[in-house]
Design a protein around this ligand. Structure first.
Ligand code: ADP
Length: 329
């Protein structure tokens, strides 16, 4: 079947993925493969703007790739690779930086946030992050980039940068990417308050054992107003209930919805049911993961093969870019 175009998305190598990554990104990555030619990049260079040490970079890249593949990203169809394996992206970043007004970068909310987060490490790479992200997208002539609201300013920046470059060099070498507004759910952590994330240690790892998963689920905070088993609860404010809506059957969701409100079911039972359904859902993923992880070399082979395909695309784009800029051949 003819594809609708090329999708690009990148994620920093954060190691083993959690439920937030799964529902907020990976599930969508897998689905997009049906309609688009997909380019999925593990952006290790971007990671360098914030990490204190590169000690875990290789392992984190590997673990994330295993999770992606186990979740259903198909390396035969999609290009799955590591950002630094395509050095052309650094070259394009430099050229794009010349058509980027400094003020635009300093004005971006994400940059201001990072300055607040790491005042002792406001490095140049941090400022140039959106330029590198633009290079990532346009190097592979991507048509579509799935983004959530928080990434929208970056994509708008990428589009403007493409227009500036094409205008400045009177070329059509770079494609202005379309924003595909993706409804990215904000998955809350087991604390029920903050966004699920590794740094807060409020996450549930996809690759955890069923028993570890059960223990994490049993720690989940439910409706804070429900103090005793006999108190009626409010599923509308309960994170466990939102998870049931994703992982449990419609009948069970309906049953919990009414039984919680009348104290017919307690939080402990409700969580046990969720843990069971989640484990059932993750069973095929875990089996595939184990199989993939038993042959670590094949994972690196996938990434290297993806890198080769990505470099071939990059070479074509860079040839056009250099010609348009009238750089000496
Ligand atoms: P990055 O800096 O590359 O976004 P993250 O590990 O923070 O790295 O996130 C990777 C992907 O997973 C992103 O698309 C992000 O939106 C998604 N994600 C991470 N945590 C959550 C969460 N708690 N809820 C929804 N989506 C999430």
């Amino acid at each position: 079947m003819a594809k609708k175009g090329r999708v690009f998305s990148g994620a920093r190598p954060t190691g083993r993925q959690h439920l937030g990554n799964y529902l907020g990104a990976i599930k969508n990555y897998v689905k997009l493969q049906d309609d688009y030619e997909c380019v999925y990049c593990i952006v290790d260079v971007h990671a360098l703007t914030t990490v204190e040490t590169t000690r875990d970079l290789i392992q984190n890249t590997y673990e994330m790739a295993v999770d992606w593949l186990a979740a259903g990203i198909r390396p035969g169809d999609s290009i799955v690779f590591v950002q630094s394996h395509v050095p052309q992206v650094m070259e394009l970043h430099t050229y794009l930086s010349m058509v980027t007004p400094l003020g635009k970068l300093t004005d971006l909310p994400t940059f201001k946030e990072k300055v607040r987060d790491q005042p002792d490490n406001v490095n140049y790479g941090l400022l140039g992050y959106p330029v590198l992200m633009t290079a990532d997208i346009v190097l592979y002539k991507s048509d579509v980039v799935p983004v959530g609201v928080d990434q929208a300013p970056h994509l708008e920046f990428a589009r403007e940068t493409v227009r500036s470059f094409n205008y400045r060099y009177n070329t059509k070498a770079l494609i202005e990417p379309q924003m595909k507004n993706t409804e990215i759910p904000k998955v809350l952590g087991i604390d029920g308050v903050q966004k699920m994330g590794k740094s807060l240690n409020n996450h549930i790892e996809l690759a955890a054992t069923p028993e570890e998963t059960r223990q994490r689920v049993m720690q989940m905070v439910t409706d804070p107003q429900r103090m005793k088993r006999t108190d009626p609860g409010n599923p509308d404010v309960c994170n466990v209930f939102s998870m049931h809506k994703v992982f449990s059957s419609a009948e069970e969701v309906q049953m919990i919805n009414s039984e919680c409100r009348t104290a017919g079911i307690g939080c402990v039972d409700c969580k046990k049911r969720f843990a069971e359904n989640l484990n059932k859902h993750l069973e095929p993923f875990r089996a595939r993961r184990e199989e993939i992880a038993s042959k670590p070399d094949t994972v690196w082979d996938v990434l290297h093969e993806g890198g080769k395909r990505a470099r071939a695309l990059a070479d074509e784009t860079m040839k056009e870019v250099r010609e348009a800029m009238q750089l000496p051949a």
